[in-house]
Structure formats: structure tokens, C-alpha cells
Design a protein around this ligand. Structure first.
Ligand code: ADP
Length: 450
């Protein structure tokens, strides 16, 4: 007996395809929802059933809670998987799904709410004795308060939106003179993006690495961590290349960071798959935020743990107990993911639009492609520019880099600019190969972008 008869996937692109594939392997029927231009999209065609929910703008389709729930009810789906982005971390959606008598394939609305506000999350983490990035735990009321707090903390500081995500509402501030204007700008940007203008201050770490821990919890009080992912290669505070394990963590550091992530998850009664993000510098780590959903970069964890995270999201949502304890989990080999976006890396990551004229997907030993586009598909500006993710697994980090370089050379996408040529350069960069990384990698090796 499958755990559910039918699951509705409230998303599009590669992640919708990924979820549909997991359901199919588990014998679960699938319902796709789609906008008008996505009528011929891979996720729409792959699902058992598809329901049109509106025109191209997300606000009229993929963000329409009412239409998505109606689609689930009309098709008899029992559960909804939100993927990432769109409604995945909106507590009112999780509430609406449960009120409609359906299962939300994610944590509870309360968990989403408490981690969705970065200041509240920081307060909770302090209580749970998880080290946080030094700074405030309450929103600022005005620019004067910001200047006073920054003077005490020392410059540079980082202004951050409490409701933030996607790098929006974030400003690095070098001096008191810049702070009032930056405060106004960050508040305005946060208000426009999230409907909440609250901002707070953190110390701006000079050269940290971004290292995050995957956690998995069930509804019986068990939480384990599945090791780390290093996501230091970023542009505009957004990830580009991810790997597992990190080239620098010692087993002791991994255990300490993992235990902190488990404490963080337990503090909010976490159920399902989640990620606790940390900044790591000089052997110290600091809580950044928790993402209460499946992450884009989840496959690198899947390849080193041998676990299917979407399958486990579904199993724990159906009430299954995790059958493994922390000590049963082992990390094997090394995995790398490159995000293949429709952006021109040599012109400021300008979004590129057009038809996918030709598509050749790499294969061979240790190569995985999680894609959301097909030949002939039109890429517009309405949605996330992620076309697909190229992921490799090999015995060692060096072998994984060589394998990724080989796979990137096989990848052909014609009709639009993609990040592929930049990824090819990164795989051949000596600093990357030596594991000498920080979130400033692309600033420090700016020649890669020329
Ligand atoms: P968002 O939710 O908007 O993505 P995060 O808090 O997750 O924002 O931070 C995104 C990225 O910004 C991090 O991966 C890191 O590169 C950078 N960053 C965030 N906070 C700091 C900090 N205090 N010091 C230095 N870099 C930071």
C-alpha cells in the first residue's frame, strides 16, 4: 500500500519534476499545477494529471493558495508538496492545506513562522544554546538606534531584513556616515519584498564560509542530521556551487555543528527535511538561519548519504518513524552540484531569455541531472532562472571536481546564455581545487567573470 494515493506538487521546474519522480518510485499518483505558459513544461507533462491554475505571473498562479487547494480537492490528492520558493515557507499556506483536511509535506505552520522571522529565530537559537552571528536579536526602531548599536559592535555591519530571503533587504555598511541611508533603503526594500520593513544588525564577518547542515525529523520526536553542505561559491549572496562534505570540516567540527543543528531543529519541534545554515570562520561557527523546506542543493546530501530526501519527507509526513539513528548514518565519497541558470555570468548575471534550441544532457558514471526544461521550451522572465542542476558523485573531492569538469564539457544548451562557462572555469580554478574557499570567492577571483 502506498503511503498516499495521490500528491499534488505546488511548484514548477526542476523541483516539481524531482518530486514527481520520487512519488512515482513510491507508487504514488501525482498532480501537477501549472500556469498558462507552462502547459507544455516538463513537470506538467510528467505528472499523471495536470491542472491549469492561472496566467504567467506567479501572483496569479503558483502563489494562488485558493486555486491550488481547489485543484487538490478536485483531483482527490491527499497531500501537497510545496517544493522550494513560491509558497514553501508561507505559514498561511501550511495552515490552509491542513484546514482543507490535506497533509502539508513540510513542518508545521508554527515552525515555519518561528524560523521565518530572523530575529525571532535568533532569539530561539540563543535559548537553545546554538551560537548565532554576533549582533542584535530585536528589530531596530530607527536609524539612530542602528548607529548606536553599530558603534558598539564595530564596523563593518550587515543590515538584514527580519523577514528576509533571497538576499533582499541586506546591506553591508562600512561606517556610521553610511548607516542612516542604508537603514532607510534596507527597510524600504524589505517592505516592498516581504510586506514587513523590520531590519536588524549583525556583525559582517570578513571571510566566512557558508556551511549548512541537513536535518531530518519525524513526528515521534526523533531528529538526525545528514552532514553538511558547503555553499560558499555565491554571487550576490546567492549560491552557485555546492558540495558535500566540506573540504575543511574535521570530524569533531562536523559533530559539533551537527549537534547544534539538531538542537535548533528540536527547539522548533521540527518535522521533515530542513536546513540549518551557519557561517564558519577560523574554526568557529554561527547560526545564520533555518530553511524550513527542501533546499535546491539537497542532491549532494542524497549522493553522500544514499538517502532520498523527498521520499523521507513523504514518509515522515505519513507518520513513519525514522528507522536510523545518528550513529547509523555514514557519508560516502564526495558530491558537487552546479546550478545551471539562464544568466550571463560575464555580464553581471543578467537574466537571459529565449527558446532552448538544443539541449544535450551529460551522463556516464556518477553524473545526475535534475532538470526542469526540455528542447523547444521558452524561458521567460516570470520565474526563477534555474534550468537544471548538474550533480556528480565520486570517491574523493578531486575526482568529483574532475568528473564535474568532464560533465560540464558534455552539457550543451543553445538558444540562451547560461552559467555553464563560469562553472567550467571554477572547476579548473586552483583555489577552488585546493578547497581554499569563502563567500567572497567570486570577488577574489573576479577574472573568472571576465
Ligand atoms: P537570505 O535569507 O536573504 O538568503 P541569509 O541570511 O541566508 O540571507 O544570508 C545569505 C548570504 O549572505 C550568506 O550565505 C552569506 O554569504 C551572506 N551573509 C549573511 N550574513 C552575513 C554576515 N553576518 N557576515 C557575512 N556574510 C553574511
Amino acid at each position: 500500500m502506498p503511503l498516499f494515493d495521490k500528491i499534488l506538487v505546488a511548484n514548477r521546474g526542476e523541483i516539481a519534476v524531482r518530486i514527481i519522480r520520487a512519488c512515482r518510485e513510491m507508487g504514488i499518483g501525482t498532480v501537477a499545477v501549472h500556469s498558462e505558459p507552462d502547459a507544455g513544461a516538463p513537470h506538467t507533462l510528467l505528472a499523471d494529471e495536470a491542472v491549469l491554475i492561472g496566467p504567467a505571473p506567479s501572483s496569479e498562479s503558483y502563489l494562488r493558495i485558493d486555486r491550488i487547494i481547489e485543484a487538490a480537492q478536485a483531483t482527490g490528492a491527499q497531500a501537497i508538496h510545496p517544493g522550494y520558493g513560491f509558497l514553501a515557507e508561507r505559514a498561511p499556506f501550511a495552515d490552509a492545506v491542513e484546514e482543507a483536511g490535506l497533509v502539508f509535506l513540510g513542518p508545521t505552520a508554527d515552525t515555519i513562522r518561528s524560523m521565518g522571522d530572523k530575529t525571532e529565530a535568533r532569539r530561539r537559537m540563543q535559548t537553545a544554546e546554538v551560537p548565532i552571528v554576533p549582533g542584535l536579536v530585536d528589530p531596530l526602531s530607527d536609524a539612530d538606534e542602528a548607529v548606536a548599536a553599530a558603534d558598539e559592535m564595530g564596523y563593518p555591519v550587515l543590515l538584514k531584513a527580519a523577514a528576509g530571503g533571497g538576499g533582499k533587504g541586506m546591506r553591508v555598511v562600512e561606517s556610521a556616515a553610511e548607516l542612516p541611508r542604508a537603514f532607510e533603503a534596507a527597510s524600504r526594500e524589505a517592505l516592498a519584498a516581504f510586506g514587513d520593513g523590520s531590519v536588524y544588525l549583525e556583525r559582517y564577518l570578513s571571510r566566512p564560509r557558508h556551511i549548512e547542515i541537513q536535518v531530518l525529523g519525524d513526528t515521534h520526536g526523533n531528529v538526525v542530521h545528514l552532514g553538511e553542505r558547503e555553499c560558499s561559491i555565491q554571487r550576490r549572496h546567492q549560491k552557485l556551487v555546492e558540495e558535500a562534505p566540506s573540504a575543511v570540516l574535521t570530524p569533531d567540527e562536523r559533530a559539533a555543528m551537527g549537534a547544534a543543528a539538531v538542537r535548533a531543529a528540536e527547539a522548533v519541534d521540527y518535522r521533515g527535511a530542513g536546513t540549518v545554515e551557519f557561517l564558519y570562520q577560523d574554526g568557529e561557527f554561527f547560526f545564520l538561519e533555518m530553511n524550513t523546506r527542501l533546499q535546491v542543493e539537497h542532491p549532494v546530501t542524497e549522493l553522500v548519504t544514499g538517502l532520498d530526501l523527498v521520499e523521507w519527507q513523504i514518509r515522515v509526513a505519513a507518520g513513519e518513524k525514522l528507522p536510523f539513528a545518528q550513529g547509523d548514518l555514514q557519508l560516502v565519497g564526495h558530491s558537487i552540484e552546479c546550478r545551471i541558470t539562464s544568466e550571463d555570468p560575464f555580464h553581471g548575471f543578467l537574466p537571459s531569455t529565449g527558446r532552448v534550441e538544443h539541449l544535450e544532457i551529460p551522463s556516464g558514471p556518477g553524473v545526475r541531472w535534475d532538470g526542469g526544461v526540455s528542447e523547444g521550451f521558452e524561458i521567460g522572465l516570470h520565474y526563477d532562472p534555474l534550468l537544471g542542476k548538474l550533480i556528480v558523485h565520486a570517491a574523493t573531492r578531486e575526482a568529483a571536481i574532475d568528473r564535474m569538469a568532464r560533465a560540464l564539457d558534455e552539457l550543451v544548451i543553445r538558444g540562451l546564455q547560461t552559467a555553464t562557462p563560469l562553472h567550467r572555469r571554477i572547476m579548473r580554478n586552483e583555489a577552488f581545487r585546493s578547497g581554499e574557499l569563502s563567500i567572497r570567492f567570486l570577488e577574489e577571483y573576479a577574472e573568472l567573470l571576465e
